[in-house]
Write a protein that binds this ligand. Structure first.
Ligand code: ASP
Length: 375
């Protein structure tokens, strides 16, 4: 029996790393986007409003998919998708960002390349039309990962970014939300109902992954409050060995859990468990099953990468909920699965893969059950 356990453990441990498994599939690509999660009520959503959100999500999805389908880079695909959502007044990023307590729009964004884990982020910028591009410039043209406020804007000017007048970002709906929050002494959650942060994650045909997130934060934020969106490891993470992930939700909780890194790290370490731990786990599994038959318990191990990624994402989101936070994540895996996990009633989202999957959804349970990228 010991021999059998060791043999099975060895077989499992000698599985190629997830990233290597994906490499031979030259034509495989995958993209997921989000425009924020939240307490969304289907009855409060008019058909016109729904159509407007779906149209902008679809445009973002199409822009990214086109690049990936033509063999382009994951990094370019996520930027193309995010720019469209930053430019749309419907989402809380770029134009349409929420207001701070002082009546300004302060933007945060981050981006990460799964190839080398290079990353860039900006926080509290007020005059950059597409903060995701500034975050990427921090990644590629500075020695730093994160720049904030006036310093980030000075860097933007030096790198040739146009100064966008702050009024450009303001929308009536967001201004009213701030006024209501102040007048009725409400919290951001009461007036925002949803977190309209935007994000995109992609796997390209070369097996490279990238993730990006952009936001205005939460209505009425003060004292230079910064959420999870620009924090690498909380709102954004990408590692070719594991996953690319972008989050939306109550940022303080995502920072405390380290959501983006936590999910990617659990995925990365799954196949590299210490042999002794694996052996004793397998021994227990065999004893429980009362069987010496390797096949009988092999089936019970979560070997399907999609199930594994979904259950890891769900369990980290459950951890966020246990602390009192809510929101959601999107992720892609090296095998090309595009996965959503959220503990809110809805999340503006979309996904497309080389296998022909192409869908946008808003409320829970609207998407297909699986994103299996079979060709
Ligand atoms: N996560 C963002 C923040 O806390 C908010 C959002 O997702 O809309 O700033």
């Amino acid at each position: 029996m010991k021999k059998l356990i060791a043999a099975v453990a060895l077989a499992l441990l000698s599985q190629p790393a997830l990233a290597e498994e994906a490499a031979p599939e030259q034509a495989r690509w995958s993209l997921a986007i989000h425009g924020g999660a939240g307490t969304l009520d289907p009855k409060a959503m008019t058909p016109e409003k729904r159509a407007a959100y779906e149209a902008d999500l679809q445009r973002a999805l199409d822009a990214g998919s086109k690049i990936l389908a033509e063999g382009g880079d994951a990094m370019d695909a996520i930027k193309a998708a995010i720019i469209i959502m930053e430019d749309s007044p419907l989402f809380n990023a770029g134009k349409g960002a929420v207001f701070t307590w002082d009546g300004t729009n302060e933007l945060d964004a981050s981006i990460m390349d799964g190839r080398d884990r290079s990353a860039g982020a900006v926080a509290g910028v007020k005059t950059v039309r597409n903060p995701i591009l500034l975050a990427d410039t921090v990644r590629t043209q500075s020695e730093h990962v994160m720049l904030m406020g006036a310093g980030a804007e000075a860097f933007a000017a030096e790198k040739g970014f146009e100064v966008t007048p702050p009024e450009y970002f303001a929308t009536e709906a967001r201004r009213e939300a701030l006024e209501r929050l102040k007048a009725e002494k409400l919290s951001a959650l009461d007036v925002d109902h949803k977190f309209g942060t935007v994000g995109a994650v992609a796997l390209d045909t070369k097996g490279n992954m990238a993730a990006g997130t952009s936001t205005g934060g939460m209505t009425g934020k003060r004292w230079g409050r910064v959420g999870d969106a620009p924090m690498i490891g909380a709102g954004t993470y990408a590692d070719n060995r594991a996953c690319a992930l972008s989050a939306t939700g109550w940022g303080e909780y995502f920072i405390r859990v380290g959501v983006a890194h936590e999910i990617c790290a659990r995925l990365r370490t799954w196949w590299t468990v210490d042999p002794q731990t694996m052996e004793s786990a397998l021994g227990e599994a065999l004893a429980k099953a009362g069987s010496d038959d390797a096949n009988s318990f092999e089936l019970k191990l979560p070997r399907a990468p999609e199930d594994l990624a979904q259950s890891i994402a769900d369990s980290v989101m459950a951890d966020v909920a246990a602390l009192g936070g809510d929101g959601g994540v999107i992720l892609v895996t090296p095998e090309g699965h595009a996965i959503f996990s959220f503990n809110t009633t809805g999340m503006y989202r979309g996904r497309a893969t080389s296998a022909g999957l192409n869908e946008v959804a808003i409320f829970g349970g609207e998407e297909r059950a699986s994103s299996t990228p079979d060709h």
